[in-house]
Design a protein around this ligand. Structure first.
Ligand code: DGP
Length: 111
C-alpha cells in the first residue's frame, strides 16, 4: 500500500519520532502549524475515523493515552488534538492521524 504514514510507521521513511508504544507512533509534522506540532498515528492502517472498526477500539483509545503521555513527557499543560476527516475537513493524508498542537493560542471556534 502506498501510504506515507505506513512507511513512517515501519521506518521506511524517516521522521522525527517523539513517542512510540505498541499501537501508536508520534512524530513531528513536516509542516508545523504551532511551535509544537506532532502527529499521532495508529501503527496499523486505518484510513480515517470513518473507516475505524469496532475492533479498533483499543487503538483509538491508545491515541488519547499517547497524547497524555506526550504532554507529560514534554511538560505541556495546554494543547489541542484534532483529526481532520475527509477532504473538505482538511484531511490530506488518508491514514488516521491526530494533530497534537501546542505552544500558542488557538481560536475557538476553529476557522
Ligand atoms: P491532514 O491535512 O490533516 O491530513 O494532515 C496531514 C499532515 O501530515 C500535514 O500537516 C503535513 C503532514 N505530513 C505529510 N507528509 C508528511 C511526511 O512525510 N512526514 C511528516 N513528518 N509529516 C507529513
Amino acid at each position: 500500500m502506498d501510504c506515507i504514514f505506513c512507511k513512517i510507521a515501519c521506518g521506511e521513511v524517516k521522521s522525527r519520532i517523539v513517542y512510540e508504544d505498541d499501537k501508536t507512533l508520534a512524530f513531528e509534522d513536516l509542516n508545523p502549524q504551532a511551535p509544537t506540532h506532532i502527529l499521532i498515528i495508529p501503527k496499523n492502517h486505518i484510513e480515517s475515523i470513518l473507516e475505524a472498526k469496532d475492533s479498533d477500539l483499543q487503538t483509538i483509545g491508545a491515541i488519547n493515552i499517547a497524547a497524555r503521555n506526550i504532554a507529560k513527557k514534554l511538560n505541556i499543560s495546554d494543547f489541542r488534538i484534532v483529526s481532520n476527516c475527509g477532504k473538505k475537513a482538511g484531511q490530506s493524508v488518508f491514514h488516521l492521524h491526530y494533530h497534537f498542537l501546542a505552544g500558542r493560542r488557538f481560536l475557538w471556534p476553529p476557522g
